[in-house]
Design a protein around this ligand. Structure first.
Ligand SMILES: Nc1ncnc2c1ncn2[C@@H]1O[C@H](COP(=O)(O)OP(=O)(O)OP(=O)(O)O)[C@@H](O)[C@H]1O
Ligand SMILES: [Mg+2]
Length: 236
């Protein structure tokens, strides 16, 4: 089955869709004791753009919310190509940029999704060069506040190459999940992205291989990067 790209797929995602079990497995691994302790804030990124970050971030967050009574939050951290407001069909304004610019209280920027225990922070008001202008300290404070209220915080991040914001954000999260569009990203580019990520000391918790041309759309190979996980943990 190849998922139909009808633009509002996330709102139709539920326990009955064929790849729900893949995401359930993914979230189970991420919340397993070995990974789960202090691994609450997860950024979904990729080496380059268009590999499926927003899709994977949305489905992972929805699956987590559908699978437990705990509260989860999904943040649009890709301020240049923000998409979550479109996926969830809410307005972009009143979101992360507004919180970081001290224009809005965190509580007022949190939006409800159709999934009762999944909250959303959209990108917010459009600004040029958002992370250059906005405070990473405020981002850190915001995440610390959220940490108290949510079981997990998912950030739909920008790609690692060529956007340096991603590496700044990586320093504020507990781990990164890397989405790779199979057969597209050259190995050297992928290696460069992983090397850059390792320099931040942020653990790479897993890899989602997203291949839109295969019968099953997602495969999860968390073991592939077990080594990096162990190494990054030692340095934290
Ligand atoms: N497994 C899949 N099957 C079919 N279409 C997919 C799949 N994964 C992603 N897509 C589609 O590919 C496009 C890019 O996906 P998505 O927006 O999730 O990537 P992204 O990495 O967030 O991109 P960007 O870097 O532009 O933010 C979207 O139109 C999405 O619906
Ligand atoms: Mg995206």
């Amino acid at each position: 089955m190849k998922r139909k790209n009808n633009g509002n797929g996330v709102l139709q995602f539920n326990e009955n869709v064929p790849h729900f079990s893949d995401f359930y497995q993914l979230i189970s691994k991420l919340t397993a004791v070995r990974y789960g302790i202090n691994k609450k804030i997860l950024m979904i990124s990729s080496a380059t753009e268009g590999e499926g970050k927003t899709t994977v971030a949305s489905y992972t967050a929805i699956t987590a919310a559908l699978s437990s009574q705990d509260y989860y939050i999904l943040i649009d951290g890709d301020l240049r190509k923000s998409m979550l407001h479109k996926q969830f069909q809410v307005k972009r304004e009143g979101g992360l940029v507004d919180i970081l610019a001290d224009e809005m209280e965190l509580a007022d920027a949190i939006k409800q999704t159709p999934y009762a225990n999944l909250h959303l922070v959209t990108a917010g008001t459009y600004v040029k060069n958002p992370f250059k202008l906005l405070s990473m300290l405020k981002m850190k404070e915001t995440l610390i506040r959220m940490r108290k209220h949510y079981k997990m915080i998912f950030i739909d991040g920008p790609p690692i190459i060529p956007i340096s914001d991603t590496l700044r954000l990586a320093q504020l999260v507990d781990g990164v999940l890397l989405v790779i569009k199979a057969g597209r990203t050259p190995r050297t580019v992928l290696k460069r992205a992983v090397d850059l990520l390792n320099e931040t000391k942020c653990p790479l918790l897993g890899v989602v291989l997203n291949d839109t041309h295969e019968v099953l759309p997602y495969y999860y190979h968390h073991k592939y990067y077990n080594y990096q996980y162990e190494e990054s943990n030692k340095t934290k």
